[in-house]
Design a protein around this ligand. Sequence first.
Ligand SMILES: Nc1nc2c(ncn2[C@@H]2O[C@H](COP(=O)(O)OP(=O)(O)OP(=O)(O)O)[C@@H](O)[C@H]2O)c(=O)[nH]1
Ligand SMILES: [Mg+2]
Ligand SMILES: [Zn+2]
Length: 306
Amino acid sequence: MEGTVYTGINNIYTVKDKVNGEFYQCRIKGKVLRDDEGEFIRDVYNPLAPGDTVVFEEDPGHPGQGMISQRHERRNHFCRLNQKRRSPQFIAANIDLVLCFTSVKNPPFRPRFLDRVLVAAELGGVKSAIVVNKTDLGMEEETLERLDHYKKLGYDIFLCSAAEGTGLEELNQFIADSRVAVFGQSGVGKSTLLNALEPGIGLKTSEISDKYDRGRHTTNYSLMIDRASGGQIIDTPGIRQLFLWGVEKEELSHYFPEMEEFWRDCRFKGCSHRSEPGCRVRDAVEEGVIHHDRYESYLRLYEDLL
Ligand SMILES: Nc1nc2c(ncn2[C@@H]2O[C@H](COP(=O)(O)OP(=O)(O)OP(=O)(O)O)[C@@H](O)[C@H]2O)c(=O)[nH]1
Ligand SMILES: [Mg+2]
Ligand SMILES: [Zn+2]
């Protein structure tokens, strides 16, 4: 049987059968999963994420339960480094879009965090757009300016208030019939907004206290949901910080779209764009062509990779 993974909790994966549309509770056959070539998938924090397509068989003695034997090749993935395990933690696979979620306040707008998410999407080969939630709390001039810059970089931006229902129609049109994962800090309102977009799904949400920054998370596993109008949404747990997986420091600048036209012309091959002479990227920062805050994000991500 062929199916798609919708969620995975404690090594039990919910898989939807491609033919009959039924859900099966599955384990991995022989504990280690194989890919299309029959090779073991090793050194990963989790071998399967919502959106993965798999081969599985139903357990004859237990209807509705099954064993997964193979994971098909992915067309893309969204992933972060699990710091404790030093291995990739896959958040979603085979998706059309990552919605990088932020809020204007409570928790505060954090462009540095946003940059990390945008780079991670770029690395996994996934298209991304920005959702700014809680606009009912009022927008700072500084936030508007930063958003304007992201727009110039080519990102679609949606200003929403899940509380007041504003901006939802536009976002709905944009994601129609797509498979979309939402990702962002805890408390920005991902689950609340998805509940507003797709009434009846009843995702758990919760009041944020001033503790939000210390890791109080409401959503604690990724979950894919079929939308009534077609397409899927994937809700994910909020995190405090994102670390990149799958990039060499020499290539980090390739994942900042605005650096594309400069890094090739640096004097040294493999330029870190930090202190080398003849660095075109730094020239562009000094000329104001590359935003100094984006460059700061670059430097911090670079330092993570040292
Ligand atoms: N003012 C305002 N509050 C909102 C809005 N959207 C969500 N909230 C509130 O923000 C808090 C957190 O919402 P959640 O939807 O649980 O946040 P989340 O991003 O899913 O958080 P995690 O699951 O922990 O990652 C709740 O108290 C919501 O009521 C909004 O548009 N405006
Ligand atoms: Mg949530
Ligand atoms: Zn350089």
